[in-house]
Design a protein around this ligand. Structure first.
Ligand code: DC
Length: 225
């Protein structure tokens, strides 16, 4: 069977990553979390104490740092300059800075190039904000996952609770809303559904149900070709 490209976009905590990972496992495809790449760069900027307003310094860092995604057992791990930063990139400090960094057009160009290279041979499920619109406009299946803000905040809150991280639902909701606002109003490849994407609202779906809904869309594609 032909190995296709599957693009999954959507706002923060809409369930993209969990579903993308499960779909990739099911199909034996590579899973690429592009948010993790922007997160690793943001961590590099914070570590280097680079001024977040200085785009040219950030560009230098983006070109010089080594960001890798590696599948270890069932989990996708993120490496920054050979160090596993999978946990560090999820810290609140990253969430507060990342939308500013990922809005810089020059930074996006560097990231998009890396992402296209990873997807070159197909057999990939890639999630992010601009995958269907900019990174892989030729993706055979494009899904835009959405869910009500409150639901998304609750999911993130429960995830953090499970990890034993103390958090506050109202604050999470505010942080997600703020990040979505910046991500969808930026000039460079804003978060929006591609014209040929299919919207899956996961507000009232379980992980299994939303994954099944996506797998059905992928099956429909294969039945048509
Ligand atoms: O998917 P995530 O929540 O881990 O992404 C973190 C941030 O990275 C998101 O708020 C915006 C940015 N991002 C982006 O601009 N483009 C992508 N393709 C993926 C993420």
């Amino acid at each position: 069977m032909k190995k296709i490209k599957i693009a999954i976009d959507g706002p923060a905590a809409s369930g993209k990553s969990t579903t993308a990972k499960l779909i990739a496992q099911k199909l034996g495809y590579l899973y690429i979390d592009t948010g993790a790449m922007y997160r690793a760069l943001t961590l590099a900027i914070i570590n280097a104490k680079t001024d977040t307003a200085n785009e040219s310094e950030i560009k230098k860092l983006a070109l010089s740092c080594k960001i890798e995604l590696k599948q270890l057992k069932t989990e996708l791990h993120t490496f920054l300059n050979d160090k596993d930063v999978s946990d560090a990139i999820r810290l609140p400090e990253i969430n507060q800075t990342i939308s500013q960094i990922s809005a810089y057009p020059e930074i996006r160009k560097i990231m998009v190039e890396k992402q296209r290279e990873l997807a070159r041979d197909g057999g990939i499920v890639m999630d992010g904000r601009d995958i269907g619109t900019v990174v892989l406009p030729d993706a055979e299946v494009k899904i835009f996952m959405d869910a009500k803000l409150r639901k998304r905040a609750e999911r993130r809150f429960h995830e953090l609770q499970k990890k034993g991280v103390k958090s506050n639902l109202k604050e999470i909701e505010k942080e997600i809303e703020n990040r979505d606002n910046i991500d969808s109003t930026r000039t460079a490849s804003p978060l929006k559904p591609a014209e040929d994407s299919i919207i899956v609202d996961t507000s009232n779906l379980t992980i299994e149900e939303q994954t099944d809904a996506c797998l059905k869309l992928i099956n429909i594609y294969f039945e048509k070709v």
